[in-house]
Design a protein. Structure first.
Length: 163
């Protein structure tokens, strides 16, 4: 869990005065431990971390291509402290190759951090990984399945060109 990862890393950090360098092998991003690491302080890294930041989630959804065989809807609370227009209750609906993201009434059960949205959106993670990393809370299996199916998380993602 995210709390267990923070506790583990706090314990390891307490050895800093006598062991200034730590080599820690973690599973590929995102996992609960990797999500807590200060990426900017890494000296050695064997995983290329992608940078993705949605500026307007509703416009991104309407402009994206969607699978014509995927139909469904899922509501979630998106937490985005940097972009207030993204922050709030949303309902993602995908049907016949088109997607729309509209404000949702009420308070959705699932709460998704904007970093989790980015990982799902880019296909770099699945809902279960986001839960473990503390980027998705509340809701249940139906919410997780909806987020995975509609946002396409968890497929093997990659870039043909990297710069």
């Amino acid at each position: 869990t995210a709390d267990a990862a923070r506790a583990l890393l706090a314990g390891l950090a307490s050895w800093g005065p006598v062991a200034p360098t730590l080599r820690l092998r973690v599973t590929p991003w995102p996992d609960a431990v990797a999500a807590q690491l200060p990426v900017e302080r890494l000296r050695e890294q064997h995983v290329d971390v992608w940078m993705h930041r949605p500026l307007d989630v509703a416009a991104a959804v309407s402009g994206r291509g969607w699978s014509p065989v995927v139909d469904g809807s899922v509501a979630f609370q998106l937490v985005d402290r940097t972009m207030p227009a993204n922050d709030g209750a949303w309902r993602l609906t995908v049907s016949a190759g088109h997607g729309v993201l509209e404000t949702a009434g009420g308070q959705p059960a699932a709460t998704l951090d904007v970093r989790g949205w980015s990982l799902l959106w880019s296909g770099a993670a699945r809902a279960a990984q986001l839960r473990q990393a503390g980027l998705l809370a509340g809701g249940g299996p139906a919410d997780d399945a909806g987020l995975d199916a509609l946002l396409g998380g968890g497929g093997p993602s990659g870039f043909l060109d990297y710069f």
